[in-house]
Design a binder for this molecule. Structure first.
Ligand code: ZN
Ligand code: ZN
Ligand code: ZN
Length: 439
């Protein structure tokens, strides 16, 4: 699980929180494979443990880098570094105040917040909404892998705000990293995308907002494919996230925003190979905006496949005489193989039939190594009563079969426990180069 924390000062107009939630939702909907991994939370601006100490306590501190970060108040007390909003504002506005300007420096503020997150070993993503004055004037500042700051005083339009939010979130997800083409590095603004009408462009937010809304009307995402691919690359390596292929049952899937049809290639290659392997007939409805294909088996029965992005699949089946059927365990094994190749787990999405769930679960349990699952059904007596006796026998065998490999005394395996991501123990906080971007 990964928390996306939206920090806002208590006095801030509540509309910004609503807009931020909407923007975060729109942003995360671009990556449905992580839908179950993200949790959006609201918080007041930072407060962590003791926020102030007195002179005597200050004098006892070892003379080091950390001690030099304390801020002395007019009442003789000291603000503890990274512990309160007061400290962040005091630190980030110190230079401005020395020059007679009463405002925070957003870039400094954002970097201090990032330092604070590293200091606390935070694994969250934090977006801070600021109500105070900013100098020099910027709308937002985002730091790879960690956080972003958005200034609200000059931002009274909802769509304008959402554009800033998504753009800065794009910086958090490293959309414009140095290993991809079509970017432009400006020493003052950071690295931005040069692809036409992409929200990661460096033009002003009014233009970016107009272009984002124009793309939305055409059901296109606000980012170009290169930015989306770069963000996926970042998400793939973020601790706390589990990528999942969501499987549902004969569900008419809504059409999602896409820049083009390239996202279909993975499904097409996979299902063409499946049909060729079994010497069945593959047919695709190429005109459909979703990926829609059917595989006709030699006995005349069919497997119906629909996907509305790379990770969202709906399966159905038909008997030779056209009646609704449930896909075979073998069909689910093919889905599991694809998910394994994509480094994903299987998520049980919208599925009415327990028989469908049971067959999908068997395919997960029988895979070697066993496929991890999200939202798998609990195997209760009521569930077992709803499924075919042959399926039931195979499910029970699959469950016990796996148990033999473990400790003989372990309780019945719980297929719905949260999946463990190999390698997620090595937390990587800082990228090689901390790239920020502001506009
Ligand atoms: Zn905090
Ligand atoms: Zn782009
Ligand atoms: Zn930017």
């Amino acid at each position: 699980m990964k928390k996306l924390i939206i920090e806002a000062p208590s006095g801030l107009d509540p509309k910004y929180k609503l807009w931020a939630r909407e923007a975060a939702g729109e942003m995360l909907s671009l990556f449905p494979e992580y839908k179950s991994s993200f949790q959006i939370e609201f918080d007041e601006l930072c407060r962590h443990g003791q926020t102030e100490i007195d002179q005597a306590a200050f004098d006892r501190l070892p003379d080091d880098e950390f001690k030099r970060k304390f801020v002395r108040l007019s009442n003789g007390k000291y603000l503890v570094p990274y512990a309160s909003e007061a400290w962040y504002l005091a630190q980030s506005s110190a230079e401005n105040r020395a020059n007679g300007i009463d405002a925070a420096d957003m870039e400094k503020y954002g970097k201090l917040k990032a330092e604070g997150m590293l200091h606390r070993k935070s694994q969250d993503i934090v977006v801070s909404l600021l109500g105070s004055d900013i100098q020099p004037a910027f709308y937002g500042y985002g730091i790879e892998g960690l956080n972003a700051v958005i200034s609200t005083p000059n931002c009274n339009d909802k769509e304008f705000f959402i554009t800033i939010f998504m753009h800065e979130f794009g910086h958090i997800l490293n959309a414009t990293h140095e290993r991809r083409p079509h970017t432009k590095d400006d020493p003052a603004l950071g690295v931005h995308c040069t692809n036409d009408k992409c929200i990661m462009g460096e033009s002003n937010y009014h233009d970016l907002t107009r272009e984002r809304l124009e793309r939305k009307r055409k059901n296109r995402p606000p980012f170009c494919d290169e930015c989306i691919a770069a963000m996926r690359e970042k998400l793939e390596n973020m601790p706390g996230l589990t990528k999942a292929v969501a499987v549902s049952h004969a569900n008419a899937l809504p059409v999602l925003p896409h820049n083009d049809d390239n996202w279909k290639n993975g499904w097409r290659t996979h299902y063409r190979a499946v049909a060729a392997r079994d010497k069945f007939t593959y047919h695709e409805d190429v005109k459909n905006p979703n990926f829609v294909a059917e595989i006709t088996r030699n006995d005349g029965s069919k497997l119906n496949i629909e996907a509305n992005n790379e990770y969202n699949l709906s399966l159905g089946a038909q008997t030779a005489d056209g009646k609704d059927d449930i896909p075979a365990i073998k069909d689910f094994a093919d889905v599991v193989a694809k998910a394994t190749a994509d480094n994903s787990v299987i998520e049980f999405a919208s599925i009415r039939d327990d028989e469908f769930k049971a067959r999908l679960l068997i395919a997960c349990l029988e895979a070697s190594p066993r496929m991890k699952t999200n939202k798998a059904p609990n195997i209760t007596p009521a569930f077992l009563k709803n499924i075919d006796p042959k399926t039931k026998a195979r499910l029970q065998k699959a469950l016990t079969g796996n148990r033999q490999h473990g400790n003989g005394n372990t309780p019945q395996p719980r297929p719905n426990r949260p999946p463990h991501r190999p390698g997620s123990g090595n937390r990587r906080y800082t990228p090689g180069r901390q790239s920020g971007g502001r506009s």
